[in-house]
Write a protein that binds this ligand. Structure first.
Ligand code: TPP
Length: 662
């Protein structure tokens, strides 16, 4: 019993009931069933300051079971974050700071967009990694300026999703002792009892991952506090399994799947309020003791941050170099814009034959030397993805200073973790795999796009030119599928020089993810007719071969197909052919017409356009007058040597020349 926390939990329940009823939509089960955790977590466990949700050394909390968003909104409101009751009353309405599921960037105190189950806890693993990396780099023997915990709340849904296994396994291996996951063990999901579909012993599963497994009761504040204290010991991540009743306080639905995701209805609201000792005629009731409790607690919260600020100031005075580096690490997007502008790009000689993945490694190493906050790794493809950083230690339990992360064969988990590192702040994160396996990480890419965070995805082996590994490893539809996702920037550089610029463009981005599509095969560095191409390409495309001011035919090509188009143009001397390298199709298409026309060499309709890309035609149709003017691959590839596969699929410079010559 704790009267103050009881008042908070009661208010969480009251706000949950009414907000969901008013919206006629929402998920009352979790917030009703876990209201006590909200109270003790925000009241006693978290080191946070509601007056400053961006305090750098705050504890992070991720509601991985994002459908229970009223858990978060009600406790953020009660504990003093800038989230007025008005917003709660507009839960799930357009423009409200209480959207259906928590969304990063809209609501003070919301650390990430959550709702796609399993991703929250996985992204929290990334946040916990970032904390250890930052602590290693900046704490001194005298002063700890980085010292916080990462908490997450999961339900069975998150634990059923495969991604939680991927990232929990890695978290155990990495011994992330400051990661603490609460498991709302109500054994109910949408279809009914979770016995229908999940009967493994969760505790044993997490023990096997190398976690500390603790068990308790959702309705025992002191017990939860003790378990958290226990979790903080031992140097391993912890899962605290809290037995609970879904929809507790709503007597007609508690304990059943009916509580999960539907408003209680007018009668249900009355019954619940009576059961909770509330006046059914009062809506959006908050117990005055709840506000009073947090008003008092906020003094302590503010003091915690003030103490940290004092420590930070003392640390800064003693360690000016570290402080300067700290500021650089915490630049917007993790990359200092002025430093990026003056960074020395690697150079390549014309004619040099080099795969863009290899050139990417040269560029990555150049930028890594300038930006020590650039961290990341690959899903077990360090060599093939060419993402090794020279001299960089592997990140691990005994080497938190490492900057290269061996994610293991876990693309989805990797991407969610990379998002978590990015969200945490202090770093710029990248991750890598084969382009064809972007499908394995797509939901995390979607979240980075939605959250507007600039995680970099290095995606190599970008076409049928992979060759012998065959169609399982030869992307054809993947690039088009990445381009259709809003706010994703796909960059497919055409040679080594372009690759260095692509990395620069990637690092310059601050408001969304970047996919670098890179070749396995060698490509010759080609001379570029646009003398200012390094600037021009920032609008997505530039003129590689000008031909003339008024071309007969302009070939829009991407990546390795630019070389193919240059070869094809030479085969058609009777036509005035222009070749445009479209490094980023969507960026180019977003330019004003005047820029597009200038690059293409004429107004729409005045110049014939042919397109060439080693993938499906989808997305190119709008550029051409005739479907025959698209050179594409609209079927899966074949296994065989790359050039033979290309010839077999009718994908050659000769074939392109035939189209141009028409
Ligand atoms: C990836 C994903 N798949 C499906 C859903 C739809 N969904 C939302 S909640 C839920 C069940 C979750 O059960 P549990 O985690 O036990 O939550 P509780 O019922 O306790 O609220 C499902 C399937 C989702 N949000 N994300």
């Amino acid at each position: 019993m704790n009267k103050e926390l009881d008042a908070v939990a009661l208010s969480v329940r009251s706000l949950t009931i009414d907000a969901i009823q008013k919206a006629n939509s929402g998920h009352p089960g979790l917030p009703l069933g876990a209201a006590e955790l909200a109270a003790v977590l925000y009241g006693k466990i978290l080191r946070h300051n509601p007056a400053n949700p961006s305090w750098l050394d705050r504890d992070r909390f991720v509601l991985s079971a994002g459908h229970g968003s009223m858990f978060l909104y009600s406790i953020l409101h009660l504990s003093g974050y800038d989230l007025p009751l008005e917003d709660i009353k507009n839960f799930r309405q357009i423009g409200s700071r209480c959207p259906g599921h928590p969304e990063y960037g809209y609501t003070p105190g919301v650390e990430m967009t959550a709702g796609p189950l399993g991703q929250g806890v996985s992204t929290a693993v990334g946040m916990a990694i970032a904390e250890t990396m930052l602590a290693d780099r900046f704490n001194t023997a005298e002063q700890k300026i980085v010292d916080h915990y990462t908490y997450a709340l999961v339900g069975e849904g998150c634990l059923m999703e495969g991604i939680s296994s991927e990232t929990s396994s890695l978290a155990g291996t990495l011994k992330l002792g400051k990661l603490i996951v609460f498991y709302d063990e109500n054994k109910i999901s949408i279809d009914g009892s979770t016995d229908l579909s999940m009967t493994e012993d969760i505790g044993k599963r997490y023990e096997a991952y190398g976690w500390q497994v603790l068990r308790g009761d959702m309705y025992d504040y002191d017990g939860i506090e003790r378990l958290v204290a226990e979790a903080k010991k031992g140097g391993r991540p912890s899962i605290i399994m809290l037995k609970s009743i879904i929809g507790k306080g709503a007597p007609t639905v508690a304990g059943s799947n009916k509580a999960h995701g539907a408003p209680l209805g007018p009668d249900g609201c009355v019954d619940s309020k009576k059961c909770l000792g509330l006046d059914p005629s009062v809506n959006f009731f908050v117990a005055p003791e709840a506000y009073a409790y947090f008003a008092e607690r906020c003094k302590a919260f503010a003091k915690a941050e003030a103490d940290w600020n004092a420590t930070f100031a003392a640390w800064s005075a003693k360690n000016p170099d570290k402080r300067a580096q700290w500021d650089a690490f915490h630049a917007d997007g993790g990359i200092d814009a002025a430093a990026l502008e003056s960074a020395k790009l690697p150079t390549f000689a014309a004619g040099e034959s080099i795969a863009t993945r290899t050139a990417s490694n040269t560029a990555l190493n150049a930028f890594a030397a300038d930006f020590p906050g650039l961290v990341g790794g690959s899903a077990d493809l360090q060599g093939p993805n060419a993402v090794g950083i020279k001299g960089a230690a592997a990140y691990g339990p005994a080497s938190r200073g490492g900057r290269y992360i061996h994610f293991g064969v876990r693309e989805f988990g990797m991407a969610a973790i990379a998002n978590g590192i990015q969200l945490h702040g202090g770093f710029r994160s990248f991750c890598a795999t084969f382009l064809v396996f972007a499908d394995y990480l797509r939901p995390a890419l979607r979240l980075s796009a939605l959250m507007k965070i600039p995680t970099v995805f290095v995606l190599t082996h970008d076409s049928i030119y992979v060759g012998e590994d065959g169609p399982t490893h030869q992307p054809v539809e993947t690039i088009a599928s990445l381009r259709v996702m809003p706010n994703v920037r796909v960059l497919r550089p055409a040679d080594a020089e372009e690759t260095a610029i692509a990395w620069k463009m990637a690092l310059a981005r601050k408001d969304g993810p970047i996919c670098l599509a890179l070749t396995r095969q060698n490509i010759a560095v080609f001379p570029k007719d646009d003398p200012d191409w390094k600037r021009t390409v920032e609008c997505g495309a530039y003129v590689a071969l000008k031909g003339t001011d008024r071309p007969d035919v302009t070939v829009l090509a991407t990546g390795s197909e630019v070389s193919m188009a240059l070869a094809a143009a030479a085969l058609v001397p009777q036509k005035k052919v222009r070749v445009v390298s479209v490094m980023s199709k969507e960026l180019f298409e977003s330019q004003p017409e005047v820029i597009r026309d200038a690059i293409v060499g004429g107004k729409k309709g005045s110049v014939r356009i042919v397109t060439a890309e080693a993938g499906v035609r989808s997305g190119w149709e709008g550029w051409v007058a005739s479907p025959d003017d698209i050179l594409s691959i609209d079927r899966f590839g074949e296994s065989g040597p790359a050039n033979k596969v290309a010839a077999h699929l009718g994908f050659t410079a000769e074939k392109l020349a035939e189209i141009i010559a028409k």
